[in-house]
Write a protein that binds this ligand. Sequence first.
Ligand code: FAD
Length: 381
Amino acid sequence: MKQKKEKIAVVGAGLVGSLVAIYLAKRGYGVDLYERRHDMRRSGAEGGRSINLALSNRGLLPLSEVGLGEAAKKMVIPMRGRMMHSEKGALTFQAYGREDQAINSISRGGLNELLMNEAEKNGVNIHFNHRCTDIDFDNSKLFFDIDGAQKTETADIIIGADGAFSVVRGIMQKTDRFNFSQHYIEHGYKELSIPPDADGNFKLEKNALHIWPRGNYMLIALPNLDGSFTCTLFFPFEGDPSFEKLRTLQDVDQFFKATFPDARELMTTLLEDYQQNPTSSLVTVKSYPWVKNKTLIIGDASHAIVPFYGQGMNSGFEDCRILNQILDQYSDDWKTTLQVFSNTRKIDADAISDLALQNFVEMRDLVADKDFLLRKKIEAK
Ligand code: FAD
């Protein structure tokens, strides 16, 4: 492929930034990818924790388009349905679809490394320890802090893929007629785990997304390749029960024994995990327009959503696929591409954002509701 003349700078080598860099390098652009953190392939991204995500067909399609479909499939554990755990330990399985249909549990760090490796194979220059601090939209300039030293770069096109608390979006926010909203829900989350048994085997059904729905809150667990499950407790910050009310490790132990008794037995590292892992908040971010001159924001930077539909990364990957499609359609005319992308994609981003909020109610509450299950059966007929 002939090398194209435009130089592209992508801010953020997370999941979406790395994927868009691959797409653009494959189109023949010179791509520089700037990442605030150091290289996770050397240091381990998650401080020894395994954090996983649900990868659906929406996200697998773009991975396949850039030639990573088979590699990604080797890293996943298919989850064919939800396994609900009642307070008494009774199990109910709801298939997501037909036998061959599933969503896939995949390691966040593993997938990010796969994407960064592929980006480099395609000629992308990744610059670590580069924290973007400012953008000059009129002159397409980027400003970085590298361990206290300042650096300026220029690019023909800038793509901000720097996550929910995007600096690039923050600078757009200061420009005229930029709309922005940010909403924190009343729940936060904490990552916990169910280690494998002594023989390295899964302690629960491997091919399922496990849910302990408890009305206003829930615990979920997704399988990892090493036989463990990563659990997430979605729980109110305040009220009763809440993170605030679980003051001591004894409170935590008692609460889990009473509320998630079958899980508690398997969570042999619960108290260490609870103490060590942070309690994090959950935010929905909406913004518009996503383009300022030659700078575009994508992924969580433009539309961060709550995780209950498992679609944040998947829709960010879809951003990359659609951007590539529009570049095809308009023969790499960036001015038109950026406008068409921003105009058409916003509607879908808003839709998935609303669905994600609604699905929290279904997961934590309605999945355990017998009337709801009956209604679902009737609707399915
Ligand atoms: P990020 O992953 O946040 O990456 C942004 C990158 O930019 C990072 O590498 C960061 O270091 C870098 N960066 C930030 N600021 C700067 C700067 N100033 N300069 C340079 N670099 C910078 N999605 C799913 O599809 N399925 C799921 O199952 C799922 N589960 C989730 C569970 C939880 C608890 C949460 C919180 C989210 C979940 N998501 C899920 C959403 C998913 O994590 C995000 O949508 C996805 O990570 C967005 O990718 P991104 O590349 O846009 O942003």
